[in-house]
Design a protein around this ligand. Structure first.
Ligand code: GDP
Length: 492
């Protein structure tokens, strides 16, 4: 049975309303079915249409995966350097780019694009990817084999000659779907869908270009963005997205829980930490503090911003006044809090230790209002980002999941690390605004309009035969500007 009892005898739906398929070996990936016991909120159920498409995807993936005759056939064509006929299996080779949050969001977006285009996602993982995540699809693999014929994937950079832009410029490809026949097309195309605007293959977001790309068997997807919002206004995908996700706010939430399962190593850290420090609290408050080079401010300023935000949005427990303090002195030494409204655990995720030190001291030196017992924890403080270093990434991923078990989330603006945690948690976070131009923002934070991540660099593209104004109107129906990023867009 998939419904298991937890300690508090609550029946937990481990398969997340049909999102996950049964039948995996539990031990090979403990997080897959155990995560349901830790998540506090599941505000959106998957649509039956999404479930059908996921099951179809799984069948397709198994049929087309490395090791199958259809994969061999598609690879053969790639090796030959010439596309000659339409393939039964078509692929998205996903290339990792940037930190873990970026990577998770781009992988989710790539998978959604695969659902829309009947493709199969294969992951290029030169680094520690397989140490971090489990295989998501039953009886198959999504890891690109080492003998894949394109051997320079790590060195393509932002602007390789095989990028869609460059192929168009060199007339190696025509973006006119009436003229582009399979045998006139290259066997693979590199798509830069990352945040570097000068190199972005923005025509990817146009209808006619999609028709052309649909005839290319191998697409290499290079992105550090959550690019789902930019796909919503696309005519050929719009209705399908609506069917897959009747609630737009649910896209990343559902796909993150479906696709991304931390490895047993990461899950060990997560569950040990959770049971030691967080499980016994009545409420868990996740606080994620990220400081970017473009918005660095002194620790004092950031700390004040956190406190101001907390006061404004009632996030951290309030400090008691003097009268209450005297009464609190009468509480028993057994740890009982007079009012009995339980305890709160504050989990801090940050590269730095200072915020933890200060917040912990605050509750050491002052009692919280109402006799609430407050504990403050921080699993690690790595000081510097070291993406690609095994232990570092393992700890970072563990913290993303620990944050996702929070009841309340306070995250940092512009941070994909924070936003993937919110998606997984199924919570709309409060977002600390970024100190653009190194100025402490006047409003310390805002409540997010949705739990969806921000597409931090949406394309500005004028597609052929598409009046610019219509385009703008269309976009406005589906997305809002991000709370924390002037140029970004998000689903709500
Ligand atoms: P973003 O840069 O905030 O959008 O998030 P990313 O996850 O893409 O990149 C930041 C990287 O820095 C993470 O993947 C981690 O390697 C590291 N990092 C940032 N914040 C934290 C944190 O709170 N805890 C840990 N352990 N690592 C962090």
């Amino acid at each position: 049975s998939n419904a298991r009892r937890t300690d508090d005898a609550k029946v937990v739906d481990e398969l997340l309303a049909g999102l996950l398929t049964p039948g995996f070996d539990r031990r090979s990936c403990l997080s897959r079915y155990q995560a349901a016991h830790y998540y506090k909120y599941s505000p959106y159920k998957p649509s039956s249409y999404l479930l059908r498409k996921l099951r179809e995807y799984e069948t397709r993936h198994k049929k087309c995966a490395p090791g199958t005759p259809l994969y061999a056939k598609a690879v053969e064509q790639l090796r030959s350097g010439h596309a000659t006929e339409a393939m039964e299996c078509n692929y998205l080779v996903w290339l990792p780019y940037n930190g873990l949050g970026n990577l998770m969001l781009s992988l989710i977006s790539t998978f959604v694009y695969a659902l829309l285009t009947d493709r199969v996602v294969l992951v290029y993982s030169p680094g520690d990817f397989t140490d971090l995540f489990c295989e998501p699809f039953p009886d198959t693999t999504w890891i690109l084999p080492p003998d894949f014929p394109l051997t320079n994937l790590s060195r393509l950079g932002l602007n390789p000659p095989q990028s869609y832009r460059n192929l168009l410029t060199r007339k190696m490809i025509v973006n006119d779907s009436t003229k582009a026949t399979v045998d006139s097309l290259p066997p693979y195309v590199f798509l830069n869908l990352g945040h570097e605007k000068p190199y972005m293959d923005r025509l990817f977001y146009c209808e006619d270009d999609q028709l052309v790309l649909s005839k290319v068997s191998w697409l290499l997807v290079f992105s550090d963005l959550y690019f789902v919002p930019a796909m919503y206004p696309m005519v050929q995908y719009h209705d399908e997205l609506q069917r897959l996700f009747p609630e737009k706010e649910s896209v990343s939430h559902l796909i993150a829980r479906y696709l991304l399962h931390p490895s047993n190593t990461v899950w060990g850290l997560v569950t040990r930490y959770y049971s030691s420090y967080l499980a016994q609290a009545k409420q868990r408050i996740g606080v994620q503090i990220r400081m970017f080079r473009f918005g660095t401010i002194p620790v004092d300023d950031m700390y004040n911003q956190i406190l101001n935000c907390s006061r404004q949005e009632h996030i951290l427990p309030e400090i008691a006044g003097d009268e209450e303090l005297l009464e609190a002195g009468n509480a028993t030494a057994s740890g009982g809090s007079g009012s009995g409204d339980g305890s709160k655990a504050i989990l801090i995720a940050s590269l730095y230790g200072e915020y933890y030190e200060r917040i912990r001291s605050m509750y050491y030196e002052h009692a919280a209002k109402g006799g609430v017992r407050v504990s403050v924890f921080q699993p690690s403080h790595e000081e510097v980002q070291a993406t690609g270093k095994k232990g570092h990434d393992v700890r970072a991923l563990a913290e993303i999941y620990l944050l996702s078990f929070s009841d309340v989330l306070l995250t940092s603006g512009d941070s994909t690390f924070g936003s993937i945690s919110s998606s997984l948690a199924g919570r709309r976070p409060t977002i600390l605004l970024v100190a653009y131009g190194f100025k402490v923002p006047k409003t310390p934070c805002v409540r997010a309009v949705s739990m969806e991540p921000c597409d931090l660099a949406p394309p500005r593209v004028r597609c052929k035969g598409y009046p610019a104004d219509k385009d703008k109107e269309d976009v406005a129906r589906h997305v809002k500007g991000c709370e924390d990023d002037r140029g970004g867009i998000k689903l709500f």
